[in-house]
Design a protein around this ligand. Structure first.
Ligand code: ATP
Ligand code: MG
Length: 367
């Protein structure tokens, strides 16, 4: 197969809102590192507007509006359009074709077992209201996205593991029935456990656009500080500074686990050399929440202020952003059409690619 040896990345995001810190630690930061490693032949980043419509069919304007937010977030964290192709899902008709064929390779029972989709159905109230078939089946369309680009690697947060598993099953089944055609992808999740599924500022569920518990990459410094000061509950048993405190399940420490390095201590809290020392002091007692929160705000600002500055630059030139998206999408149309052709050929439904079938039909009629 033509692309078998190539190293190809596909990732994407739903344009349901601006991107947040969970996206950054779970996937975006890794994407930029992989992009700049020079180890990959092709990198595609998909703005999954069709997927976003599966649970926002009544609000297409929201999706339309957020495409620009997501692209700006990509560019501001360091996604370089010269190295990574940014494209829009709904403009890639091959993805619809692939989804349609893959649907036949998946049972409804299998789709019902997907733990991420199960949780999302609950969260969105679809259990009571009725479940859109498109939402139920979105892991199949995600398999189409991944395979259409011949992706070998998919860097994602932990919630996406069931999707990659589903994709691998579809690839294996397709190749078994129709012959070696699709590339088997692998997921890549962060080594740091907290980064795999960053909780919201409330410390409870996953930080998610749909839950309104986010620190957005484009939030201004005042908003970020107020999220930390007002929304983050620390340890309810740590009433006075001298009381011993708990760091497990304490959202301030969870965020520090995900974000801070020893260099941050040198810069902002030189009394400690590393997070373990800070945690030990908190557990012993004698360390106030205010000090920890102030440190976290500094760490957040060090991460977010360059992103904010870069975003402002791109936001002043939306014409160029549009051109980046247009060029990326055109490239992705070609790439995904080639895969669909390969798939149609493997499935023996490529009737009109050449006139070969005329001979075949003549032979059948002769016999
Ligand atoms: P929605 O609520 O619309 O589903 P979302 O916030 O879950 O939005 P997605 O667009 O579904 O964001 O996810 C995009 C990528 O970001 C995926 O790879 C996902 O695993 C990762 N991701 C999203 N939220 C988090 C999080 N809190 N921690 C780590 N990774 C995350
Ligand atoms: Mg999601």
């Amino acid at each position: 197969m033509e692309n078998k040896q190539k190293k190809i990345i596909l990732t994407g995001d739903r344009p349901t809102g601006r991107l947040h810190l969970g996206h950054y630690v779970g996937s975006l930061k890794r994407r930029v590192e992989l992009q700049n490693s020079g180890e990959f032949d092709e990198i595609y980043i998909l703005i999954a507007d069709d997927q976003a419509l599966t649970d926002n069919a009544d609000n297409p304007q929201k999706i339309r509006d957020n495409i620009i937010n997501v692209v700006l977030d990509y560019l501001s964290v360091g996604i370089d359009p010269a190295k990574s192709t940014i494209c829009v899902q709904s403009a890639l008709p091959a993805l619809h074709g692939l989804t349609f064929y893959y649907m036949n390779l998946v049972t409804t029972a299998r789709l019902s077992r997907n733990p991420t989709v199960k949780a999302e159905i609950q969260m969105r109230g679809f259990a009571d209201e009725g479940l859109p078939a498109g939402f139920f089946a979105y892991p199949v369309s995600q398999a189409a996205d991944i395979t259409a680009f011949d992706a070998t690697l998919v860097p994602v947060g932990e919630d996406q593991l069931p999707m990659i598993e589903q994709t691998r099953e579809i690839v294996e089944k397709f190749n078994k029935i129709y012959g070696e055609t699709l590339v088997l992808p692998k997921a890549m999740i962060p080594e740091n456990e907290t980064q795999r599924r960053l909780p919201g500022v409330d410390g409870k569920a996953k930080m998610s656009k749909s839950l309104g518990n986010c620190i957005y990459l484009s939030d201004d410094p005042k908003t970020v500080a107020s999220q930390v000061k007002k929304k983050m509950f620390t340890d309810p048993t740590h009433l006075r500074i001298e009381d011993p405190g708990h760091t497990e399940g304490n959202v301030v420490f969870t965020y520090l686990d995900a974000l801070c390095t020893d260099d941050h201590f040198k810069e902002y809290l030189p009394e400690y050399s590393c997070l373990e020392e800070l945690k030990a002091h908190y557990r012993r007692g004698g360390l106030g929440d205010g000090t920890c929160k102030k440190f976290l705000i500094n760490v957040l600002e060090e991460t977010l202020s360059p992103i904010r500055a870069e975003r402002a630059k791109w936001a002043a030139d939306i014409d160029s952003v549009y051109d980046i998206l247009l060029a990326g999408t055109a490239k992705a149309v070609e790439k995904t059409n080639a895969t669909l052709s390969r798939v149609r050929k493997a499935m023996a439904i490529d009737y009109f690619d050449d006139r070969r079938i005329v001979k075949e039909w003549e032979n059948i009629l002769k016999n």
